[in-house]
Design a protein around this ligand. Structure first.
Ligand code: PLP
Length: 433
C-alpha cells in the first residue's frame, strides 16, 4: 500500500502548497533528487502549523491544528462573510467544490458524499437514517467508540432493531486480520442488516481489516434481497488522512469521518460517503438546505428520493470552515497520500519498536504496520494511564488517555511530529521505569 517515492515528489508537493519558500529547496527540486537531510522536507510540513514549539504534540489525532493553507482559506472566507454575509452565502450556495475535493481524495464521486460537522454527526445521520425495523439485527463490536455505540443505541430504540456486540480479539497486540474478519463472519445471522465497525480503534490502535470484513459480508449477502442485504458501515476517522486507500479499496458501503483530525481540515467538518445506489434507502433526520428538499416543500410536493446531498444536515453552518475544507485535501494530495502514509507509519514504527523494547511497558498496539495506523497505545507497570500522561506533560509532551472503559496511554506520531519528538517520548517513558 505504501511505497518509497523519490524525495523530489515531496518537495514538488511542498512547493505547490507554498510550504517551500527557500531557494535551497527549490534548487534541490530543480536539480533532481539531490539528497536533503532526511527530516528537512518534513520540517517544512511541520512549519506550516502554528503549533506551540514549547510542546511535543502527540495528540494530533484528537483535534487538528490548521496548517497555513487552511488558516488562509478560512480567513479569506471569513472576510467575505463579514463584508457581505448574504452575497457570500449565495456565492457558495453550491457545495460541489467541497464535495468534489473530498471525493477526489477518497476516490469516489461527489454525488456520493454528504457533508457533516464531525464523525459523530456522520455516524448518527447514517444509523438513524437506515431503514431498520423490529427483528433486524445490528452487529457491532466492543471496540468501537462512544459515537458509534450511542448512535446505534438511539437507532435501535427508535426502530426496534436489536444490537449484538462481539469482541474481535482478546489481546489487541495479538489481533490478526483473519481472526477479526472470521469473528464477524461467524457472527452474521439471517437477521443481520448492518455491520458497524471502526477502521482504527482509538482504544488500542488496532486497524481492522475492512476489506476482508466487507468480502465476508459480500459472501453472506449472496442470495439476499436488497432489503435483506447487510451493509458494512465504518467509522473511518483514524485511518482517514493516514492510509493511502480509496473507498473501493476498503469495500465498505458507508464511511463516516470527521475532517478535523488527521485530514487537518477546519474544525467542525466531516464527510459521510455511501455507495450511490444505497442513498435512496436512507431517511434524513435533519432537513437539508439544498434545492432538492426545499423546492419540493415550496411546491407542496412529496420529498424526492433521498440522495447523498439530502443527507447533509441543513441549517446554517460555520460556513467559512466548511467552504475551506478543500484546502485541507489539497494539502494532503500535494504532499502525496502515499508519502503521508509512509511517513506516519515510519514514525509509528519507531515509537512502537522503542516501547516494545522496554520491560516496564505493555504495548497494546500491534507492531505490524498492516494492523495499525497512527495511534500507539500502551501501559506502564504500576502507573495509571492518567499518571503517565501527567508525567509526560511535565516534560512538555502532550499525550492522552483513551476515553474507554479500559483505558491506555495514547500517543500519535504524525505529520506534526518528528523522529526527534518520538525519541523524546521514548526517553521520557524509559525514565518512568
Ligand atoms: C473512533 C472515533 N470515532 C469518533 C470520534 C469522534 O469524532 P468527532 O469529534 O469527529 O465526532 C472519535 C474521537 O474523537 C474517535 O476516536
Amino acid at each position: 500500500m505504501t511505497t518509497t517515492l523519490p524525495r523530489r515528489r515531496l518537495l514538488e508537493g511542498l512547493l505547490a502548497i507554498g510550504a517551500v519558500g527557500c531557494a535551497h529547496a527549490q534548487a534541490a527540486t530543480a536539480e533532481g533528487d539531490r539528497p536533503e537531510a532526511p527530516d528537512s522536507a518534513w520540517k517544512r510540513v511541520r512549519d506550516e502549523f502554528a503549533l506551540s514549539p514549547a510542546w511535543i504534540h502527540m495528540t494530533g489525532f484528537l483535534l487538528a491544528s490548521h496548517p497555513r493553507p487552511v488558516r488562509e482559506a478560512i480567513e479569506a472566507l471569513r472576510r467575505q462573510l463579514d463584508e457581505n454575509p448574504v452575497d457570500a452565502l449565495h456565492g457558495h450556495d453550491d457545495t460541489s467544490p467541497v464535495r468534489e475535493a473530498a471525493a477526489a481524495y477518497m476516490g469516489v464521486r461527489a454525488a456520493e458524499i454528504a457533508l457533516t460537522d464531525s464523525t459523530t454527526m456522520g455516524l448518527a445521520t447514517l444509523y438513524l437514517g437506515l431503514p431498520l425495523k423490529a427483528g433486524d439485527e445490528i452487529l457491532t463490536t466492543v471496540h468501537d467508540h462512544y459515537s458509534t455505540h450511542e448512535s446505534l443505541r438511539l437507532a435501535a430504540e427508535r426502530t426496534g432493531a436489536s444490537i449484538r456486540k462481539i469482541s474481535l480479539y482478546d489481546r489487541a497486540s495479538a489481533a490478526t486480520a483473519e481472526g477479526m474478519a472470521g469473528a464477524i463472519a461467524r457472527a452474521l445471522t439471517p437477521a443481520t442488516r448492518v455491520v458497524a465497525i471502526t477502521w482504527v480503534h482509538s482504544s488500542s490502535g488496532v486497524k481492522t481489516p475492512v476489506r476482508a470484513i466487507a468480502d465476508a459480508v459480500a459472501r453472506a449477502n449472496q442470495g439476499r434481497t436488497p432489503e435483506e442485504r447487510i451493509l458494512v458501515c465504518v467509522d473511518g476517522v483514524h485511518g482517514f488522512g493516514v492510509d493511502d486507500v480509496t473507498m473501493a479499496d476498503l469495500g465498505c458501503d458507508f464511511f463516516a469521518a470527521g475532517c478535523h483530525k488527521w485530514i487537518f481540515g477546519p474544525r467542525g467538518t466531516g464527510v459521510l460517503w455511501g455507495k450511490a445506489e444505497l442513498w435512496p434507502r436512507l431517511r434524513p433526520s435533519i432537513p437539508h438546505f439544498g434545492e432538492e428538499g426545499y423546492m419540493a416543500w415550496l411546491r407542496g410536493q412529496p420529498a424526492p428520493a433521498t440522495n447523498a446531498n439530502m443527507m447533509s444536515p441543513g441549517g446554517f453552518h460555520s460556513f467559512e470552515h466548511r467552504w475551506a475544507l478543500p484546502a485541507a485535501f489539497a494539502f494532503h494530495r500535494r504532499i502525496g497520500k502515499d508519502r503521508v502514509a509512509e511517513r506516519i507509519h515510519a514514525l509509528n514504527r519507531q515509537c512502537k519498536e522503542g516501547l516494545a523494547g522496554m520491560k516496564h511497558v505493555a504495548l497494546h498496539t500491534p507492531l505490524d504496520d498492516g494492523m495499525s495506523a497512527g495511534l500507539v497505545c500502551f501501559e506502564i507497570a504500576g502507573m495509571t494511564p492518567a499518571a503517565v500522561v501527567a508525567r509526560l506533560r511535565e516534560k512538555r509532551i502532550v499525550a492522552s488517555t483513551a476515553p474507554y472503559a479500559t483505558s491506555y496511554v495514547r500517543v500519535a506520531p504524525s505529520l506534526v511530529t518528528s523522529e526527534a519528538d518520538v525519541e523524546a517520548v521514548l526517553r521520557e517513558v524509559r525514565a518512568l521505569a
